[in-house]
Design a binder for this molecule. Structure first.
Ligand code: KIV
Ligand code: ZN
Length: 508
């Protein structure tokens, strides 16, 4: 018997992107959406259309440019939100409106202050309204895992009658446990009389670390769509992780009897792109995509693995796109080798990207000069630092920083500003903060440093630094990478200040 198809609905760009510090600009969202299409997801949830003009524009651009998957975006069950989604996804080949309305008494009583009947009526009216704008409507019963079962079933039946084509059952707060959750989905399928007229979907959060297990229990019980994110990014402890669900369905087809349309070799490149652009590193022991996921360290394991890989490995790293580097990138590597390796990790540079590629090549050589070998992870750091369309008012010329156990850290920084070279010294509790102090003395900008995040890979790795700076209600993220963490930090800080002065030229 042909295994049944389980649709993969990716919400990295909506539920994942809601995470503080993980926000993406339009180009970054578009880049990820193209990669998700390449990965083979069935649905891309590109954002929350009514949340901001920027999100609306990003959804629209994705709908215009990304071919293959259905493009959807989230709406509350109100006309203005639904119209915003309909308008944003209009250019897509395949489009869907996704709306959400709570069903638990907690949500009804404290969020909406409405009765069950009132909310049900509101949901039905919203679906009918949306069906006039789009043929594919997904209805999410928020907080389903804490909802009354009879009311949940009554809601599902009513919204399917009103025209919903997909009904999504979310474990919004990560409260469910696998046996009970699988049972709930099975009972819904048995109880709701018109359920065969809609696809049944689940959306699980990871508050108790069970999002993947719950999603799989639902698949076993008959769910036809799973909502998930790359690397499990998402609100609080995150969403169910796409790579774990997809590989579990693939590796345990004997148990689940299902298949997905995912090109599993694209999993790792997609994971690297998302961790880089969202600045959300992945723990080393993360299933499928962590740095140690295919590393064998104990003597007994190494011996057994070398005798027969199957002794200690259930899947091959190549199956998820982790390749042993066929070409080792060093300071002697040329453009051809770099382009080849970049393609392997999901970054394509054709003739129309000549300038961006040259910038990356120059940065690659700087890093390669300081390291024996440039790894795939280093490449992602290097690429994420490619030039943006913001004029570089402040350009780092030179710096020197010191620290010690008996003294405050000091830094001396020289910056090029509008044809002039200006230097200042600063102090702080670390060389990075001392350098920022020196920069503040030079620029005299009224901005506020909110956050610094750094990550590095291995002892010789490239340090990736993201800096968050605020000015009034606006936030600016600067990102840079270098083998020297202070240099990466200074460049990231200057990048955020360059964005700030590009937006408020009067501050210069
Ligand atoms: O967690 C949740 O309930 C959601 C819905 C919008 C599906 O994200
Ligand atoms: Zn969610």
């Amino acid at each position: 018997m042909e295994p049944r198809k389980v649709d993969i609905f990716d919400t990295t760009l909506r539920d994942g992107e809601q995470v503080p510090g993980a926000s993406l600009n339009r180009d970054e969202k578009l880049q990820i959406a193209h990669q998700l299409a390449h990965l083979g997801v069935d649905v891309i949830e590109a954002g929350f259309a009514a949340s901001s003009p920027g999100d609306f524009a990003a959804i629209k651009t994705i709908a215009e440019q990304v071919k293959g998957p259905t493009i959807t975006a989230l709406a509350r069950a109100v006309k203005a939100d639904i119209e915003a989604v309909a308008e944003a996804v209009k250019p897509a080949e395949r489009k869907r409106i996704h709306m959400v309305l709570g069903t638990s008494d907690t949500h009804l009583e404290t969020k909406f202050r409405k009765s069950r009947d009132e909310i049900l009526e509101m949901g039905v009216a919203a679906v009918k309204f949306a069906r006039n704008l789009c043929d594919d409507i997904e209805y999410s019963t928020e907080d389903a895992s804490r909802s009354d079962f009879d009311y949940l079933c009554r809601t599902l039946e009513a919204v399917i009658d009103a025209g919903a084509t997909v009904v999504n059952i979310p474990d919004t707060v990560g409260y469910a446990v696998p046996e009970q959750w699988g049972d709930l989905i099975r009972r819904i399928i048995e109880r709701v009389p018109n359920i065969h007229r809609a696809k049944v979907s689940v959306h699980c959060h990871n508050d108790l670390g069970m999002a993947t297990a719950n999603s799989l229990a639902a698949v076993k019980a008959g769910a036809q769509q799973v909502e998930c994110t790359i690397n499990g990014v998402g609100e609080r402890a995150g969403n169910a992780s796409l790579e774990e669900i997809v590989m579990a369905i693939k590796m345990r087809g004997d148990f689940y009897g299902g298949r997905t349309g995912i090109r599993t070799q694209e999993i790792y490149p997609t994971s690297l792109m998302v961790r880089e652009l969202m600045n959300m590193p992945v723990q080393r022991n993360k299933a499928i995509v962590g740095a140690n996921a295919f590393a064998h360290s104990s003597g007994i394991h190494q011996d057994g693995f070398l005798k027969n890989r199957l002794n200690y490995e259930i899947m091959r790293p190549e199956d998820v796109g982790i390749e042993k580097s066929d070409i080792v990138l060093t300071a002697r590597s040329g453009r051809h080798a770099l382009r080849h390796r970049l393609e392997k990790v999901g970054h394509y540079y054709d003739a129309s990207h000549r300038e961006a590629f040259e910038h990356i090549y120059a940065r690659f050589l700087t890093v390669a000069d300081r390291k024996k070998e440039v790894t795939d992870e280093d490449l992602h750091h290097i690429v994420s630092d490619a030039p943006m369309d913001v004029p570089e008012q402040y350009l780092l010329e030179d710096f020197h920083a010191t620290s010690g156990s008996q003294q405050a850290a000091t830094a001396h920084v020289r910056i090029h500003i509008s044809g002039e070279s200006i230097a200042e010294s600063g102090t702080g509790s670390s060389p990075l903060l001392a350098a920022f102090d020196a920069i503040d003395r030079i620029t005299k900008l009224p901005s506020h440093l909110e956050d610094i995040q750094t990550s590095a890979n291995g002892k010789e790795g490239v340090h990736n630094v993201t800096v968050r700076v605020s000015y009034h209600t606006q936030t600016f993220f600067g990102r840079s990478a270098d083998t020297d963490v202070v240099k990466a930090g200074i460049q990231a800080y200057l990048s955020s200040l360059n964005q700030l002065v590009a937006r408020h030229s009067g501050l210069l």
